[in-house]
Design a protein around this ligand. Structure first.
Ligand SMILES: Cc1cc2nc3c(=O)[nH]c(=O)nc-3n(C[C@H](O)[C@H](O)[C@H](O)COP(=O)(O)OP(=O)(O)OC[C@H]3O[C@@H](n4cnc5c(N)ncnc54)[C@H](O)[C@@H]3O)c2cc1C
Length: 660
């Protein structure tokens, strides 16, 4: 066993040696000494400073090294340096782009009120909601199948923070604001701005809110006959005691994207005109909802379920009866998920769920489409919000983390990395707001036919593009914290897990790309005309601005290339356009985001950063569909080559290897 050393003596010797070799200047030495004394006193008292003051003192004096104090690493002492954590500050006040967007667009008579509401809500997020969100993550929902006496109860147990989120959502009008229309055509911009601030702190409560908003939209668009009137009032009220949330039960085991063929649920008509639903819903998020909208098949004259999408109708059902028991539903199990763990996502057996048909017969898919528009916009909100939040935290951290002799914010390469994230986020944010603005205008009856086409096109484009951006930006953002970005108890990894779902639910990237094609075809190309004319208007407004000449030219050029591509491709085989669908959607997103960034930089209140962001965005390939076409990616022989590549069999496949 090693002899027990005398730490204090040993430490003093080392200290003296160091002083001889490093020869600090006298004044620096004096200051260090006094800091050391106070550090020593702190250590003796057992209270450790959170960050070594030695470090910052050295930095101030032009010295970056600190004098080691070995005594603080003995026994239970673990040193005196503790990295300051990144603080969440008021996300509204921290968001220059959101504030500028509101100032640029909102009429002066509502700007002040909206800003005050958002600033106040931002404060509430920091002081109250962020902690609740973390509690939702820390206490995920549980399923209790049986009570103590063996009775099947299928109770989903959520934490108090989750229940509190419901109350606060009602109070803050997070759904109601979209339907009260207090701010006319700007009501959706207001509502979605609020949800955008809330989302990263919401503990995924934004998921039930999205479906609730979507259900309210369906009911509003179908007309308020009984029992929908009551449901609408509940979904859009601000009274926490009366507020309801809704589910959206579409996905079954055979299909989430392909609901037309994948839905097995049947709807048996009852004598009183209602229905009972029998089937199995494979993914139902926020299963603690009060009501749901769901698809089911009606029966033909011979009692067989009608097939295809024409066999599907839309049903309204209340999840529990007046005693709070599930209405003909068994919760098979809660899903074990990568992220979104705060949300109770379940598999449900529908065993005679009482329901009302609310669409015309066979119009289920068409009738639920307005719900999908809303939930896809919410998805975009969450994606952009996640990007913005990781940047806010990242830049806070960069001002506190001191490495290689300076703070991270002074390392140009680190800031370049963050600037790239910022450019992505700005493009995404402006596209999100464009969609919200169009939605608000449509709901107030202010849209032209062209605007409606644009909303139809941009909704899936924004959802699919920002879903991918969010994963990339949040992943990069985690890296900005180094090892701490990977540590669960910083709360950062959950952001990446939760971002991953954004490209899957509410339509995967490919499925939404095909939806983009569908809307092009259905409108006879009018959605593209709307797209072109809007981009052109934005470019023309910037035409006299020399600082924006280069990005304007880039977007204009990409727009022409896109036009030529679509003209040729539209005359070709459907399979050609299908292969191009993803790249086409990506091109639409990049071009439109470029135009929006240019428009934002043209405003008289724009800053140099706005011009810089537009320039940087437009330096990338804005029209990948044309480049990939030139490389033959959509040629008739390419699918076979792709398949050959993906399914290449190992040369030793099926053979036993020597020594095996
Ligand atoms: C956490 C979570 C919660 C969910 N909550 C709900 C909910 O509340 N309600 C609900 O109804 N659903 C919910 N879902 C289900 C979700 O909406 C579906 O999983 C999603 O739409 C994809 O459907 P799928 O799983 O059937 O995948 P599939 O359709 O089988 O897709 C598999 C892959 O094939 C691709 N693909 C599919 N079709 C095509 C095509 N024609 N061409 C090219 N590529 C194609 C897809 O892009 C995807 O990459 C949830 C899912 C998750 C992960």
């Amino acid at each position: 066993m090693a002899a027990e050393r005398e730490p204090e003596v040993e430490e003093m010797q080392v200290q003296e040696e160091l002083e001889v070799h490093s020869e600090p200047k006298q004044d620096a030495c004096d200051e260090l000494e006094s800091v050391l004394q106070s550090e020593e006193e702190t250590v003796k008292r057992g209270a450790f400073p959170r960050q070594s003051r030695l470090l910052s003192t050295g930095h101030l004096q032009g010295r970056t090294e600190s004098r080691p104090e070995l005594g603080v690493f003995t026994r239970s002492s673990i040193g005196t340096f503790f990295q300051d954590r990144p603080l969440l500050k008021n996300p509204f006040l921290e968001d220059a782009l959101l504030q500028k967007y509101l100032s640029r667009n909102l009429p002066p008579q509502i700007l002040g009120t909206i800003r005050a509401d958002l600033a106040q809500f931002g404060k509430r997020i920091v002081t109250e909601l962020d902690v609740l969100g973390q509690q939702c993550e820390d206490s995920p929902p549980r399923l209790q199948h049986y009570d103590a006496w063996g009775c099947r109860i299928d109770r989903i147990l959520t934490c108090p923070a989750w229940a509190r989120m419901k109350e606060i959502s009602a109070q803050e009008g997070l759904v109601a604001a979209g339907y009260e229309r207090t701010y006319g055509e700007w009501s959706r911009v207001f509502q979605m701005s609020k949800i955008y601030l809330y989302s990263p702190s919401a503990g995924l409560y934004t998921c039930p809110l999205a479906m609730t908003d979507g259900a309210a939209k369906v009911i509003e668009s179908l007309g308020m006959t009984w029992p929908l009137e009551k449901a609408f009032q509940r979904l859009t009220c601000r009274d926490p005691q009366r507020f309801w949330t809704s589910g959206q039960w579409m996905t079954e085991r055979k299909g989430g994207s392909d609901v037309a063929n994948g839905t097995e649920t049947v709807a048996l008509p009852q004598a009183d005109g209602t229905y009972k639903l029998y089937g199995f819903k494979w993914f139902t998020s926020a299963t603690d909802a009060d009501m749901t909208l769901t698809l089911g098949r009606e029966l033909d004259e011979e009692g067989f379920p009608k097939q295809g999408s024409k066999g599907l109708s839309l049903f309204y059902a209340e999840v529990r009866d007046e005693q709070g028991n599930l209405n003909g539903i068994e919760v098979q199990r809660l899903k074990d998920k990568l992220g979104t763990r705060q949300v109770p996502t379940a598999e449900l057996l529908l065993d005679g769920l009482p329901a009302h048909r609310i669409s015309s017969e066979g119009r289920g898919v068409a009738s639920i489409s307005s719900m999908l528009t809303i939930t896809r916009i919410h998805n975009t909100v969450s994606a952009v919000a996640a990007m913005r939040r990781i940047i806010q935290l990242g830049r806070e951290y960069a001002a506190k983390r001191f490495v290689f002799g300076k703070f991270l914010r002074d390392h140009a390469l680190h800031v370049q990395t963050m600037a790239r994230m910022e450019v992505e986020t700005r493009g995404a944010f402006l596209l999100l707001m464009e969609v919200c603005q169009l939605l608000g205008r449509e709901e107030c009856g202010l849209t032209s036919e062209l605007d409606c086409h644009l909303l139809r096109l941009l909704t899936p484009v924004a959802k699919l593009y920002t879903g991918k951006q969010a994963v990339a930006v949040v992943s990069e953002g985690l890296e900005c914290f180094g090892g701490q970005g990977y540590m669960e108890d910083t709360g950062l990894p959950r952001m990446l897990r939760d971002a991953q779902v954004l490209s899957i639910w509410e339509g995967t990237t490919n499925v939404l790309s095909l939806d983009v094609l569908r809307c092009l075809a259905k409108s006879n190309g009018q959605v593209l005309e709307a797209f072109y004319s809007q981009v052109k208007i934005k470019l023309e407004a910037a035409s006299g601005n020399q600082a924006l000449a280069s990005p304007v030219m880039a977007v204009d050029c990409a727009l022409s290339k896109l036009g030529q591509f679509v003209q040729v491709a539209a005359r070709g085989a459907t399979s050609y356009l299908e292969l191009a669908a993803r790249d086409l959607s990506c091109s639409l997103a990049r071009i439109y985001m470029g135009a929006l960034l240019i428009e934002n930089a043209t405003w008289e209140g724009a800053s140099d950063s706005d011009i810089y962001a537009a320039t940087r965005w437009c330096e990338q390939d804005l029209c990948p569909v044309v480049n990939n076409k030139d490389h033959g990616w959509y040629n008739p022989e390419t699918p076979d080559k792709d398949a050959m590549l993906v399914y290449e069999v190992s040369p030793h496949h099926g053979q036993s290897m020597a020594g095996e």
